[in-house]
Ligand binder design. Structure first.
Ligand code: HGY
Ligand code: MN
Ligand code: MN
Length: 422
């Protein structure tokens, strides 16, 4: 981005308005844990209240749909054409940042305001969406609102349990949704979906580029592994007589790490796997661990790579525990989403609009999951990445510059106007 563009660009987006909303939302975080607004929490609802007010001020007809998504809608001059959607998510990971997700929601809001400022009424209906629970939630599922809107939230998922044994069904109700009205088929009126998101990696920053045009969004498979041992006195149980579940779990964690490195090194596509959650029972220093639950987050650019990893989980991983004298008592697939492809034609449009605005760009894969992955299965979908500082994300250091967000928003604005004219 040229210095001249940084100073006085004539993009549609009002940079200061965007930035003020982002920083105000960043203040809505659990006390002492920057920046945390977990889905289904009271703090999340505070963020929803802020967005609702701003949506209404922008003249959007604002409501929560049956899936728990917050939607701001502008009827088009020719509603029969269907709906164009700009969305992302306002929930965060624990100790997350101020940009992941919420930058995309605020960008959509800013596009709506910029259209109003310019006196532009689209032919299509326009919906700005804050998708419920994009991040992996305490109910064992991510992208909950988007799955619902696109007919991919299976009925049995509503019985998933969260804190205090609350069902996902009740949690969605608490967010203003109507779980009994959730359909097993997608909305039919969505004719295109755009999502601005920080890259959450350092490819754009390293290459000195302004915009990432996303091609593939990795498939994500999350697996819960339970390792069973025997609780015993840590002092009186000799090493060769104990059944220490954690000793088995650490071998599994190391085995998963090594298998992921082996697959990634093949150069046949992007692959990563993380053991991000470990629960030890009874979790006391003087008790031999009886049970360990691991949650694995694995991501692959192709299904072939994911199948290779799943074969390792099924055929090799249990032996790592038995070698330590304990056993894997359960392997549960929490979610299994295929990789998804953004729409070529719409992505070409994003690239053309970036060029037209004098912004540099490249096509790239997303190692992060996004709401766009679910929309891509039901409507033409494109993602606009903007750089983030040092590629950091899912941490308080997450940062992107005001003009970087404004540039991405301008690309979304111009792309939307072209989509509407088609
Ligand atoms: O985990 C992810 O990829 C996304 O940030 N939810
Ligand atoms: Mn995230
Ligand atoms: Mn995100």
């Amino acid at each position: 981005m040229s210095d001249e563009q940084k100073q006085n660009h004539n993009w549609a987006a009002n940079q200061q308005r965007l930035w003020d909303d982002l920083m105000a939302l960043g203040e809505l975080t659990e006390p002492g844990i920057p920046y945390t607004r977990r889905s289904f929490s009271e703090m999340f609802l505070k963020g929803r209240d802020y967005l609702t007010k701003r949506f209404e001020e922008a003249g959007l007809d604002t409501f929560v749909d049956e899936n728990g998504n917050l939607i701001g809608r502008l009827e088009g001059t020719d509603p029969e054409r269907g709906t164009l959607m700009i969305g992302s998510h306002s929930d965060t990971v624990p100790g997350g940042g101020r940009f992941d997700g919420v930058a995309g929601v605020v960008a959509g809001l800013e596009v709506a305001r910029a259209l109003k400022d310019a006196g532009i009424r689209l032919k299509h209906n326009l919906e700005i969406v804050d998708c419920l629970a994009e991040e992996m939630s305490e109910y064992g599922l991510s992208c909950i609102g988007t799955r619902g809107m696109t007919g991919q939230l299976k009925p049995e998922m509503l019985d998933y349990k969260g804190p205090n044994e609350e069902s996902l069904r009740d949690a969605i109700t608490r967010m203003g949704g109507k779980p009994d009205a959730i359909k097993q088929e997608s909305r039919k009126d969505i004719k295109g979906y755009l999502e601005l998101h920080i890259e959450q990696g350092k490819v754009l920053e390293t290459a000195g580029l302004d915009i990432g045009v996303v091609t593939t969004i990795v498939g994500i498979t999350r697996i819960e592994i339970t390792v069973k041992g025997l609780p015993d006195h840590a002092g009186t149980t000799p090493m060769d007589l104990r059944k220490d579940a954690l000793s088995g779990a650490v071998e599994i964690i190391a085995g998963i790490r090594d298998k992921a490195k082996e697959i990634a090194k093949k150069g046949e596509g992007y692959f990563v796997a993380t053991t991000g959650e470990v629960t030890v029972e009874p979790n006391a220093a003087n008790v031999v661990p009886s049970t360990v639950k691991l949650v694995i987050d694995s991501r692959a650019q192709t299904r072939v790579l994911m199948e290779e990893f799943l074969a390792f989980i099924n055929d090799v991983m249990p032996n790592l525990a038995t070698a330590q004298g304990v056993e894997v008592s359960e392997v549960k697939i929490l979610s299994d989403s295929l990789h998804s492809e953004c729409d070529d034609d719409l992505s070409d449009l994003v690239k053309d609009m970036s060029d037209q605005l004098g912004l540099t760009s490249m096509r790239m894969t997303s190692g992060a999951g996004h709401d766009a992955a679910f929309f891509s299965r039901i409507a033409p979908t494109a993602m606009v990445f903007v750089p983030c500082k040092d590629g950091r994300s899912h941490c308080p250091e997450e940062w992107s510059e005001p003009e970087q967000i404004a540039a991405g928003t301008a690309v979304v604005f111009e792309t939307l106007c072209k989509m509407d004219a088609r």
